[in-house]
Ligand binder design. Structure first.
Ligand SMILES: Cc1cc2nc3c(=O)[nH]c(=O)nc-3n(C[C@H](O)[C@H](O)[C@H](O)COP(=O)(O)OP(=O)(O)OC[C@H]3O[C@@H](n4cnc5c(N)ncnc54)[C@H](O)[C@@H]3O)c2cc1C
Length: 337
């Protein structure tokens, strides 16, 4: 078979978006994935503004099943730590599986588990295997759904200090998307079940496990291939938001390839590095904030202001000055009080 100009290993968010964006350029792009249909479990929430980003890239826009305005943070015993209500939706809940499957439609997809990228022949090989090839701390995460309309427009985030991690309940239309994971815990399900039972939730559907990368290391290239999405380290480890960074890094790489050609070159690497600077900044800041919250536990939530929460939840940690000012403002107010 004629070898591809670009081989993208992993047809998740980043891989499928990249293949879609390269389509009009005339390159022969082949996607590889272990499964014909995308099936990785997820919390399925993205910042509301990410929908505009998807539309501006002329990609199919995901179906929105809920719009989240109310956030409640509680501790592992069910005690409320913080409640915030925003005037507009900060997050949207999407049908991620269907969206990725829609992105894949019409693309050249080969079903194969690729263990060594050097087994793939192509002008340019891109690693988009998500947490399965990223570098960082891997945490097992459990996810399910439950029939409930009590969480429409609402997200409940349960923060556990020991073991350190989170569980969640996210409004998802007639359902709620639930799950959780904790550092150092191989099977988080019993702990998550206990926390959810305290909220009166049981009888879970479509239960599944996957992994997420915390404290990711950013690696754009390993010499033979380029990396994109979570594989490259683009995931906000404070909370595990990885869908928007996957889309954004795929768009950055597509632009860099368009400008510099589909071969590893200094120009291509420099352009990809330049176009992902904002993502790199937010990833590094999220790693620092995660370390702080791991050290401080849930008490970190009592000292951060609403503006910080808004910047964090809406995926805008790269606005470092505003993020620091938001933290500083709280400190100053407390000092004055
Ligand atoms: C339970 C859970 C909940 C999450 N909740 C959220 C959330 O609510 N919001 C959010 O923004 N992020 C969330 N994340 C993170 C988010 O899912 C990922 O960061 C995002 O999907 C990364 O996109 P990606 O394209 O880089 O990788 P993925 O979407 O993981 O795609 C990787 C693809 O590579 C394929 N693959 C892997 N290994 C191989 C191989 N050897 N050969 C061939 N194919 C392979 C896989 O089958 C998969 O299709 C969650 C993660 C988990 C695990």
């Amino acid at each position: 078979m004629e070898s591809a100009d670009v081989a993208v290993v992993g047809a998740g968010v980043a891989g499928s978006v990249l293949a879609r964006l390269l389509e009009p350029s005339g390159y022969r792009v082949v996607l590889y994935d272990m499964f014909r249909r995308y099936r990785k479990p997820c919390g399925e929430v993205i910042p509301a503004a990410a929908l505009d980003m998807v539309a501006s890239l002329r990609l199919p826009v995901p179906d929105v099943v809920d719009k989240i305005r109310f956030f409640e943070f509680i501790d592992e015993r069910g005690r409320t730590l913080r409640e915030v209500e925003f005037s507009k939706p900060i997050w949207v809940s999407i049908d991620k599986t269907e969206w990725v499957n829609e992105l894949r439609e019409g693309l050249s997809l080969e079903i194969r588990t690729v263990r060594k990228l050097t087994d793939i022949e192509a002008g340019l090989v891109v690693d988009a295997r998500g947490p399965f090839s990223s570098l960082g701390l891997k945490v097992t995460v459990w996810r399910g759904y439950v029939h409930s309309r009590d969480y429409v427009e609402k997200a409940v985030i349960i923060i556990s200090r020991e073991p350190f991690g989170i569980a969640w309940v996210f409004g998802h239309g007639d359902l709620a998307n639930v799950g959780g994971g904790f550092i150092g815990v191989g099977d988080p399900r019993p702990l998550v079940y206990g926390m959810l039972r305290r909220l009166g939730l049981w009888n879970f559907l479509e239960k599944a496990y996957s992994i997420v990368t915390l404290y990711p290391r950013i690696i754009l290239s390993d010499g033979y291939s380029l990396r994109v999405g979570e594989s490259a380290g683009f995931i906000q480890s404070l909370g595990g938001e990885g869908i928007r960074p996957a889309i954004e890094s795929a768009a950055a790489l597509a632009y860099a390839i368009e400008e510099n050609g589909a071969k590893i070159s200094r120009g291509l690497l420099e352009a990809y590095d330049r176009y992902t600077r904002g993502l790199q900044t937010e990833t590094k800041l999220a790693n620092i904030l995660l370390a702080l919250s791991q050290a401080m536990g849930a008490s970190a939530l009592s000292i951060v202001g609403e503006e910080f929460l808004s910047l964090w939840l809406s995926g805008r940690l790269r606005e470092v000055r505003r993020v620091l000012a938001a933290l500083f403002t709280v400190k100053r107010r407390r000092g004055q009080g």
